[in-house]
Ligand binder design. Sequence first.
Ligand code: UD1
Length: 416
Amino acid sequence: MDKLIIEGGVPLHGEIRVSGAKNAALPILLACILPEGPINLSRVPRLRDIHTTLKLLNILGCETTFEDNKVKSVAGDIQTEAPYDLVKTMRASVLCLGPLLALKGEAKVALPGGCAIGARPVDLHLRAFEKMGATFDLDSGYIHGKCKKLKGAEIHFDFPTVGGTENVLMAAAIADGDTVIENAAREPEVEDLANFLNACGAKISGQGTSIIKIEGVTSLKGCNYTVMPDRIEAGTYLVAAAMTDSELEILDCPFQELDAVVYKLREMGVWVHEDNDRVIVRRHGQLKGVDITTQPFPGFPTDMQAQLMTLMCIANGAGTIEEKIFENRFMHVQELVRLGANIKLKGRTAMIRGVEKLTGAPVMASDLRASASLVVAGLAAEGRTEIQRIYHLDRGYEQLEKKLSAVGARIWREKE
Ligand code: UD1
């Protein structure tokens, strides 16, 4: 197993280009089950979750190639079982349920795994498909769904679930009749998936709002599509600059989609400026603590919670973070405390009191975004930080240590 070593306290300087968004690429790849012609995708990040998804696509009957961040996929004779060995490592595998039910009238998908950040059930996905005419059995760890032909329906989500909205979008695209999703997730990655499906001939409108309308079509065709850049990766680099009191220029930065994050960074005393094709970021004097509540888009994203908490660890005064999306997403707290942070947890709220500096120590990565927070902490901490279990990082950040080394960080990978 690899570990990351960081010698902190080194200022960063230069440009970092953001990769394609993992959370947009995953559903788009699984939607490749649907169209009859070839799909050519660009800006696909080289990540472990993407390789897992390509393996799953192969098992399900798509022929794929992946070179230079480009994926080509051609659907063949589609199979209906997504095996446990693949699904257990990646929760997003459950997104093949919608396309398989719509295309084949059957799907057998292992109950998902992924980051250990709470129970993360899929009940909202299943209830939506039941409204569209599917029935489900839970059998030996598998969800077994069946239907004659999925029918368009009015779906109202109790919570604007990202995966649930994406699953229904894919299924409804080729269902019989019209579907309306109310209280749909408004995340930019949902919009990217809808735009991709439309490029394949789907008739979706309202994506990016909380009411999405889908007119079912009989079939989808192939297309060329470029995946949106990763707003969470970009946000992580904004925090890295602020943490290390440095200036960075972020290329291909999805600035509009980072509104809530930039707003909080500015409130903390970070200067962030969009200038043509780049976003420039630097710390502007002393940082100060702020209060943050995670929310569905356009609120503050839970996927940036750990990174902002890390920044607050070295701010002046106190701040709070309330985690409203996942019940167990504070596993980075005890590791940050090992680096000298002062954080108290009470239920779903963390109270952070800024300290003068963090100090390097061995720490353990527990989930994807927690790992990112430990990297940005290590960049600022005095001395040497060793991050174990970095396989989580490889699920979501393309060439993280290469990109950071190129702007001056002392960071490298070693075998444990
Ligand atoms: C997606 C993102 C993840 C991000 C999250 C919230 C991907 C691959 N992952 O995850 O990075 O942190 O959105 O922005 O895109 N829930 C239920 N029942 C359901 C579905 C969800 O109770 O059927 C709950 C979950 O347990 C969680 C909350 O709703 O507490 C949000 O989940 P959801 O929006 O579905 O997130 P994911 O699609 O899993």
